[in-house]
Write a protein that binds this ligand. Structure first.
Ligand code: BDP
Length: 326
């Protein structure tokens, strides 16, 4: 908390000095898109980013979050940002993989040993160097956010062992690595847009899906897929990016402020995330949902070795470096 306050003050000082130097900078209304809605940690963090920017610039720079899929799904957000029709896209690393291949190293099952390991990788040279690569795709990366671990849920039967996944049609994010991951575990991986998933579950286009507890709860997927098992097979971070086309038109001082506010928003999101994850699981259990909290992951890890091998072979150096991070 202390560091947050300190850096906020530092930001305010920088902002004051820069405004003084640049005279009258023009107003900037930043639109940010997210599939999640009010109260979700990614959305709250971007709102916080807006408060900081607005404070530092006396309301000259603002952020408006278009949440709850108002602007469609994440593939569209990325396209809109690339074209300069949207300033900030907050998306899953899952959809960044098809854009910049190296990001797929984070999209492999059981690649991180846990949250601390993932944070160290993202905050260290591996994670930070990767973010730079987005620039070639017309996106300026502002940072990572947390999304915990993804686990399976469905409406057919509880998953108590890997054989329970047999033949189940499981929705995954639109990335071939995830399709093969589910297939390798005996299910049938179906890439499907997140903004149509509730209906897809309800009408049984898919039997289930996989996601973190806060998403399962906030998108009401528990209503249409009641069995949830903490397989924790993926730990896919979130990424938030700024349109490069728009970025290049901004004065350098505004770019600095946006970067600084973005870093502070990412720190804030991590705090909010940890609390939200616990809260979501507790609420689901209190409401009587059947959550399998403990499961032996050995079979799931072994079954997906081929997927790590196939998709990971092109970045085996990076994967080795990831596992060497203590
Ligand atoms: C959620 C992520 C969101 C993804 C969604 C999905 O926060 O960015 O769009 O999963 O599965 O956990 O598509």
């Amino acid at each position: 908390m202390k560091t947050l306050i300190k850096s906020a003050l530092a930001g305010a000082t920088i902002a004051g000095a820069l405004t003084f130097m640049s005279g009258t900078a023009s107003a900037l209304e930043i639109k940010a898109a997210d599939v999640h809605g009010p109260g979700y940690p990614t959305v709250a963090a971007m709102e916080y980013m807006g408060e900081l920017l607005s404070d530092w610039t006396d309301g000259r720079i603002t952020v408006t979050v278009y949440g709850n899929m108002q602007l469609g799904g994440e593939k569209e957000y990325l396209e809109q940002a690339q074209l300069g029709a949207l300033e900030i896209a907050r998306v899953s690393n899952g959809v960044i993989g098809p854009l910049v291949d190296d990001f797929n190293a984070f999209n492999l099952p059981y690649v991180f040993r846990g949250v601390d390991h993932m944070h160290k990788v993202l905050d260290g040279p591996i994670g930070q160097d990767l973010l730079q690569k987005l620039e070639g795709s017309g996106l300026i990366a502002l940072g990572y956010m947390d999304a915990g671990s993804r686990s399976f849920y469905n409406d057919v039967r509880p998953i108590n062992s890997i054989s329970d996944l047999d033949g189940l049609k499981i929705r995954v994010m639109q990335n071939p690595a995830f399709v093969e991951m589910v297939n390798a575990m005996g299910g049938n991986g179906i890439p499907y847009p997140f903004n149509e998933l509730y209906t897809g579950l309800q009408t049984r286009v898919v039997d289930g899906a996989e996601n973190n507890p806060p998403t399962y709860l906030s998108k009401n997927h528990f209503e249409v897929a009641k069995y949830y098992t903490l397989t924790e097979h993926l730990m896919v971070p979130e990424v938030f990016v700024f349109s490069k086309v728009i970025w290049d038109t901004l004065p350098e001082e505004d770019q600095k402020l946006i970067r600084k506010a973005g870093q502070m928003a990412a720190v804030k999101q991590r705090e909010l995330w940890a609390a939200k994850e616990t809260e979501a699981l507790e609420k689901l259990k209190a409401d009587g949902y059947e959550i399998v909290m403990e499961i032996d992951k050995t079979d799931f890890i072994n079954a997906t070795a081929g997927v790590r091998q196939k998709f990971g072979s092109q970045y085996s150096d990076m994967i080795e470096a990831i596992s060497a991070v203590e």
